[in-house]
Design a protein around this ligand. Structure first.
Ligand SMILES: Cc1ncc(C[n+]2csc(CCOP(=O)(O)OP(=O)(O)O)c2C)c(N)n1
Ligand SMILES: [Mg+2]
Length: 265
């Protein structure tokens, strides 16, 4: 993402796993300025920063890099405000589907049936559709991506930064300790999320939806959802009812996307 963004960029990172690896003043592991801010405040901090840069005539990319907890839950009011005000920034949510930094508690991003430390019997609620919430703010550009497809992600970051105004990229980030699979399987698990239709890659430009990359095939013929769930300990022993509900949800989502892209709805 930083390669795509280039050196004239600043990162705004709220409390999350990234806070642990971002580095120490005056040099950061990111090689660009990184602002570590309060958990709920990423989009608000970025708003001020963007306004300051633009008033000085600078085009510096202001990029929020926040987790699912910091985006779907605690940071949602700041996110909504910044999008409503038309803030010129890119908001990237990397979604490992739980509060990773504090030991994998369930978040609004945790999918139905997944075990976390606070849902030991499997989550009983659906994953929150943050992309629909963002879409309701009518940003000029939003996209989804997955860490298992880095070139797709690279292109989307580059593209997002060509727009003026708020842009959003929601990245599925497989997490070995949290999802309970072997580290070497990260790419495979990420690809199965997309191939099974559990995660759909797309772009929405001025409201117009385009399905991208491997999701074009997955939306027509997804691999069985069990292939995605099986390598992950968090879905071990998922009850039949939750599995059926999850499958129906995936089916419905894929149909909805296909119809929207075809202009049927
Ligand atoms: C106001 C506040 N509440 C709780 C915390 C503790 N905390 C720090 S990081 C974190 C989890 C962040 O989860 P997420 O945003 O999904 O990012 P991840 O850790 O998964 O990368 C929590 C609960 C905090 N720093 N501030
Ligand atoms: Mg998380």
């Amino acid at each position: 993402m930083l390669k795509a963004a280039g050196p004239d960029s600043v990162l705004v990172v709220p409390a999350c796993c990234t806070s642990v690896i971002q580095g120490i003043y005056p040099n950061t592991a990111m090689n660009i300025p990184v602002y570590n801010v309060g958990f709920a405040t990423a989009a608000a901090s970025a708003s001020g920063m963007s306004a300051a840069f633009r008033s000085m005539g600078k085009k510096t990319n202001v990029i929020v890099y926040a987790g699912d907890g910091g985006t779907l839950d605690i940071g949602i009011q700041a996110l909504s405000g910044a999008f409503e005000r038309g803030t010129d920034f890119l908001y990237i949510c990397y979604d490992n589907e739980a509060y990773g930094n504090t030991g994998m508690q369930r978040s609004g991003g945790t999918p139905l049936g997944a075990k976390t430390t606070t849902t030991p019997g499997g989550k009983t609620d659906f994953k929150k559709d943050i992309d629909a919430i963002v879409a309701a703010h009518e940003p000029p550009y939003q996209a989804t991506a997955c860490a298992a497809y880095p070139q797709d992600l690279f292109k989307k970051v580059q593209k997002a930064l060509t727009f003026r105004g708020p842009t959003f990229i929601h990245v599925l980030a497989p997490c070995p300790p949290g999802w309970r699979y072997e580290t070497g399987k990260s790419v495979e698990v990420g690809k199965l999320a997309v191939k099974s239709g559990m995660w759909v890659l797309y772009e929405r430009e001025y409201g117009k939806l385009t399905i991208t990359g491997p999701s074009k095939a997955a939306i027509k013929k997804p691999v069985p959802l069990e292939e995605y769930l099986a390598p992950q300990g968090r879905f071990k022993g998922i009850d039949r009812k939750a599995l059926e509900t999850l499958k129906q949800r995936v089916d419905r989502t894929l149909k909805r996307f296909a119809q929207e892209e075809a202009g049927v709805c």
